[in-house]
Design a protein around this ligand. Structure first.
Ligand SMILES: Cc1ncc(C[n+]2csc(CCOP(=O)(O)OP(=O)(O)O)c2C)c(N)n1
Ligand SMILES: [Mg+2]
Length: 383
């Protein structure tokens, strides 16, 4: 069988050299009304990358058990994150740090999950940003279930901008091989649910290349489910934003689901526990580094073509200062995260504790009291 998974050219408007094709963008974006603020997009990508860099450093210093890096995926995530409205609902995986950032989740709370000091990290109802899901593709079914609820609440297709809602489910290329993702596609298509499946095809699922997961380009799989499939350059924040905004607008209006394939690359190892050079070549990384989402937008915004949106040294200095302040806040915030009570996992498992769980809790507390284990040690997390 011929493998065509990498043969298509994803839709793009901002080239790696920093040239923006405004006509191409406008031709596609006629239906949506809120153009991307390019300075804000750059700022969010830069700050999200800094969160990532700091988190990796904190993991190396023993402050976090693990960190899944987003390096290289800032364009896809900020493009999607800035297309959402506050009433939309996000179902993330474990790598969506830039989306969390755009949606107002405190990054210190993200660190808590990977420090092992919390079982969740934040209140999903506060910002409609659900907890990270480490069980691959499980969140796609949660998203579909939530979208069914939105339909039953009558919050689709009313034409009232503050009322109509959509759900966005993030998933990786590897998640496409899970039964849950495929069930979610069937269900979303059958009921024409207001859900956008945003697949970041970062080329790898730990050590398995996307070509093994999908014999056709990811977005083409949508057709078989009766879902519209769109492929976009995930390293182009402008194109990604336009595509996601269109898909969300369609979903909110009652037009049904979309599967978006954002073509990008995971530049770091899968997590801080992984050694990617065991299964891939360094030159591949160099290829994608040249397609960097931040570099291309910065180049454009520094050029004359940026017109009113043009940035200068003053803008970049202010951004660098903001980065430093954020980094400082992450370092102190991480170290002062509250140490969890050893009872917590038992307390929060079921609404009412069973007798069996009570016995286990008492055994656990007695074990700690006997000095067998240091309850304050950072948990070892693996996935
Ligand atoms: C149900 C399930 N099976 C296996 C794993 C182990 N696992 C963790 S991440 C991962 C790869 C996921 O790859 P992808 O969906 O492409 O997301 P990415 O890590 O590239 O963002 C696997 C297999 C898991 N967490 N859950
Ligand atoms: Mg992947």
């Amino acid at each position: 069988m011929i493998n065509t998974a990498v043969a298509t050219e994803p839709w793009s408007v901002l080239s790696p050299a920093g040239e923006l094709q405004r006509d191409e963008l406008n031709a596609r974006s006629t239906q949506h009304k809120s153009p991307l603020n390019l300075r804000e997009a750059l700022r969010n990508m830069v700050l999200a990358r800094r969160i990532d860099t700091e988190a990796i450093a904190l993991q190396r210093q023993g402050e976090l058990g693990l960190w899944p890096s987003l390096l290289g995926q800032e364009g896809a995530q900020v493009g999607a994150g800035l297309a959402l409205r506050p009433q939309d609902v996000v179902f993330p995986t474990y790598r969506e740090h830039a989306v969390a950032w755009c949606f107002g989740v405190d990054p210190v709370q993200l660190l808590g999950l990977f420090r092992g000091t919390t079982m969740g990290g934040w209140d999903p109802r506060e910002r409609n940003f659900n907890l990270y899901t480490l069980v691959i593709a499980a969140q796609t079914l949660h998203a579909v279930g939530y979208a069914m609820g939105i339909v039953r609440d009558g919050d689709v297709g009313t034409g009232i901008p503050e009322r109509d809602r959509a759900v966005i489910a993030f998933l990786g290329d590897g998640a496409l091989s899970q039964g849950e993702a495929n069930e979610a596609f069937v269900w979303a298509a059958a009921q024409q649910l207001p859900v956008v499946f945003f697949c970041q095809n970062n080329q790898w699922a730990i050590s398995t290349p996307v070509q093994t997961q999908s014999r056709v380009p990811v977005y083409q799989r949508a057709g078989g489910f009766g879902i519209e499939g769109v492929q976009v350059d995930g390293n182009d924040v402008v194109a990604t934003h336009a595509v996601v905004e269109q898909a969300l607008a369609k979903a909110r209006a009652g037009g049904g689901p979309t599967l978006i394939e954002a073509v990008t690359y995971r530049r770091n190892p899968h997590t801080t526990s992984d050694d990617d050079l065991k299964y891939r070549d360094r030159t591949e990384n160099e290829h994608w580094a040249a397609l960097d989402p931040i570099d291309r937008l910065r180049t454009f915004l520094l050029s004359e073509e940026a017109d009113g949106e043009r940035i200068d040294d003053e803008f970049l200095t202010a951004l660098a200062d903001e980065e430093e302040r954020l980094a400082q806040r992450l370092r102190t915030g991480c170290r002062s995260l509250p140490t969890p009570n050893p009872e917590d996992p038992f307390v929060h498992t079921l609404e009412r504790m069973t007798r069996e769980l009570e016995v286990q809790r008492d055994e656990h507390l007695a074990f700690i009291a006997a000095g067998e284990v240091d309850a304050t040690a950072t948990a070892e997390i693996t996935q």
